[in-house]
Every structure is written in C-alpha cells, then in structure tokens.
Design a protein around this ligand. Structure first.
Ligand SMILES: Cc1cc2nc3c(=O)[nH]c(=O)nc-3n(C[C@H](O)[C@H](O)[C@H](O)COP(=O)(O)OP(=O)(O)OC[C@H]3O[C@@H](n4cnc5c(N)ncnc54)[C@H](O)[C@@H]3O)c2cc1C
Length: 386
C-alpha cells in the first residue's frame, strides 16, 4: 500500500483520538447512567466532518472509504466511547446514496453532511418477523400520489434523535409473491412532519441505545419519498449489509483494544499476595489470548474493508470480520472483568458499561447465528435452515 494512504489513515486515527479526548470516560459514564443522548459528542463529530465520511464530496461529505470510516468508529470505541449513538448515520445513508434519485440525493445528502438533518433511524425489525425480514407485515398501500402505512416496528434505535428514518414496508402481500425477496419497499420518512399517527415508545434496554417500538397508523408518505423501485426494497437493504458488518467489526475491534489496555494496565498495577496479579498466568494468559484473537479479527476486518473499497465481492470476509471481531471483543470483555475482580462490577471503572455495550455487537445489527448461516449456506454450500 502507498505510504501516503497509510499516512492519511494514521492522520484520521490521530485526529479522532484527539477529538475523543474531549469526551473522556466520565462523560460516557454520565450519559449511560442518565440514559442521555451524547448530543455534544455527535455535534463535535459532525463539525469535524468525520460523521459524513462516506458521503461523496459532491454532496458535501468527506468521500472516504469503508476502511477510513471503520477507523473512525474504532477510535471512538477505543477511547471508551460508544459509536452506537451515531454509527447508523454512516451506513443508512448508503441506501439513499446507492438507490435514491438524483433529486433525493441533492435534497438530503448535503444537509445530512452538514448536520442540519439527521438520518440515523432505520426501521426494519418487527415483532412477528424477527430475523426473517422477508416476513415483515407493516403495509404500505399506494393511494394516488401517497402511500398509507400501517404496522409496527420494534427495536428501532435513535428514532427520537433523528429527523429522517428509513422504513422497510410491504407493498405486495406475502401470499401473492412467487419470490419472497420481492414485494418490500424502502421509504424515507420525514419525522419532523408526519401525517397520520406515528407513536414512538422507548424500550427499557440493557444498553443506552435509545431503542423504541414504533406504531404506524395511517401514516402518509409521498410517493417521491420512496427510494428506488417499488418491491425491490429487500435487495436495497441487503446491499448495505456488508458495509454494516465491516463497520460493526471495527467498533468491536475498538472495544477489544480498550478492554485489553485496561486489563493489562490493571494487571500490572494491582498487587495481591505481594506481587502484581498480571504475574499470575491465570490472569496474564487470558489477556494475551484475547489480544491475539482481536488482532486476528482486525486483519479480517481490514481485508473485508479493502475488498469493499476496491469494489470486489466481500460478503464472506465482511461476515467473518463481524463474527470474529464481535466474539473477540466479548472474550476481551470477560477477561477484563475477571482481571478487575470485584472492581469490574463497580460502575466508576467503566468496565461493566463497556461489557454491556460490546455484548450487543454479537446480536445486533445481526445475530452471529445468521452470520454463521450465511457462511455455512452461501459460502460453503451447505443446506439452508430457512
Ligand atoms: C439494542 C438493539 C438495537 C437495535 N436497533 C435496531 C434498529 O435500529 N433497527 C432495526 O431494524 N433493528 C434493530 N435491532 C434489532 C436487531 O437487528 C434484531 O434484534 C436482531 O436482528 C435479531 O432479531 P430478533 O431479536 O427478532 O431475534 P429472532 O429472529 O427472534 O432470533 C432469536 C434467536 O434465534 C436465532 N435464530 C433465528 N433463526 C435462526 C436460524 N435459522 N438458524 C440459527 N439461529 C436462528 C437468532 O440468531 C437469535 O439468536 C436492534 C436490537 C437491539 C437489541
């Protein structure tokens, strides 16, 4: 790789590290404790233009690749922060970028890049469908120049912190389809001006992710807010999955490094039985092992990102990166908690917060079982479970 590319990436890494220094662990602890939204952090990230990393320059963004976007999210989590507060803006925007009309892109992307509009809510999951997205029931029925939407979504993050929301809804009844991947459509919902009844109810969750149920009753969406063709929405959502997986893997790598640094530092300093606990192999080896797993996952993540940025197929690598990185981060989280002993449970040490936050990455935005199913079925050609 050219050394100038490496220098640019190192400069991004350094700049994000410096930005994050203004938001130390105490900031994130307070946000978590009071279940607040880290508005000041998101504003600073927007002002730095790093939140618009993936928006092309012609629309006012930084026009960077997935590799750089991943480094940005990694460093946020590495600093002790939680990029889950705003990461979706990076990847939901891709659906608009790849499949939106010129008019939609001109209208929304520059405003998103400037931070005047937030697009960080993505409404796919439903109670009766779960991981089987092609079974969603929320209906969008066309009436003249609008669609009327009725249904329910669950686990939709940041809906109250977003101006715009991408919504996946059914435009053809499931029973009328010969191909179950058809019949779904993507809409851009302007949450500032909703016609009809859209009720957003916060859920009480393990992590501070601002996650909600959303009830939609006769919500009217103008036809011009449909993204791409009617009935092709599932395809458009799938197109974003590799980006999502690589970015989530990057966040997990950041978490993993945070846990390893905390654990090895504590193991060096904490004296019990007259010597540092890190001198005991029961403490030292699990930290070293988890570190090796994180570094291995990191290679897979950069491989997936490089393939994506070169516009090569990367489904296998992106899925493996998400799987390996989320599991390595979770291993590091457990190792760190063990190293801290009782102090690992004390909120002031931040380990229990990061422990909860990193656990999510094995389940959402996609559960690792579904990642394994992709590898088993699509890469290794074994029979499908669904
Ligand atoms: C904090 C949080 C934030 C979220 N934010 C969003 C959001 O912003 N937008 C959004 O649309 N969704 C969001 N989600 C939803 C998330 O994507 C889903 O929870 C996840 O995809 C799994 O769906 P489910 O919970 O319905 O599990 P289910 O589909 O009910 O699955 C339960 C378990 O069974 C396993 N399973 C199911 N089928 C199979 C199979 N064939 N083979 C093997 N195992 C199987 C699953 O892997 C899982 O372990 C969020 C979830 C959480 C927890």
């Amino acid at each position: 790789m050219e050394s100038s590319v490496q220098e640019d990436r190192q400069a991004i890494r350094q700049a994000v590290r410096e930005l994050c220094q203004d938001f130390p662990s105490a900031y994130w602890r307070d946000i978590d404790k009071h279940e607040k939204y880290p508005q000041e952090f998101v504003n600073a990230l927007t002002a730095s233009e790093y939140l618009a990393a993936l928006i092309p320059e012609e629309y006012g963004g930084a026009g960077l690749g997935i590799t750089e976007a991943g480094i940005i999210l990694e460093e946020i989590n590495h600093s002790g922060g939680n990029s889950g507060a705003c990461h979706a803006q990076m990847y939901t925007m891709g659906t608009l970028l790849r499949h939106g009309s010129d008019e939609q892109k001109r209208r929304y992307l520059p405003a998103i890049a400037k931070g005047e509009l937030r697009l960080q809510a993505f409404a796919v999951t439903e109670p009766n469908a779960g991981s089987e997205t092609t079974r969603i029931e929320t209906r969008a029925v066309r009436k003249g120049d609008r669609y009327i939407i009725n249904g329910q979504k669950i686990f939709i993050s940041r809906a109250k912190q977003s101006d715009l929301m991408l919504l996946l809804a059914r435009t053809t009844p499931y029973e009328e389809l010969t191909d179950k991947t058809q019949g779904l459509s993507v809409f851009l919902v302007d949450m500032r001006n909703v016609k009809g009844n859209m009720q957003i109810d916060p859920l009480d969750m393990m992590v501070n992710h601002h996650t909600n149920t959303i009830f939609l009753e006769d919500v009217e969406i103008p036809v011009e807010n449909r993204i791409g063709e009617e009935g092709k929405g599932f395809r458009y959502i799938i197109d974003g999955w590799n980006v999502e997986r690589v970015l989530v893997a990057s966040e997990a790598i950041g978490d993993g490094h945070w846990f390893i640094e905390r654990a090895s530092s504590y193991a060096r300093d904490r004296i019990v039985f007259g010597r540092p606990i890190g001198a005991n192999q029961g403490i030292q080896f699990p930290i070293a092992q988890a570190y090796a797993h994180i570094e291995a996952a990191n290679l897979m993540r950069f491989d997936a990102a490089a393939k994506f940025d070169r516009k090569e197929k990367c489904g296998a690598e992106a899925n493996m990166a998400k799987l390996l990185a989320s599991e390595a981060a979770w291993e590091a989280a457990n190792v760190c908690l063990n190293t801290y002993g009782g102090y690992g449970f004390a909120r002031d040490y931040d380990v229990e917060r990061k422990f909860r936050e990193t656990r999510l990455l094995t389940v959402a935005p996609v559960s690792n079982n579904l990642v394994l199913a992709f590898l088993g079925q699509n890469v290794l050609g074994m029979p499908k479970s669904y």
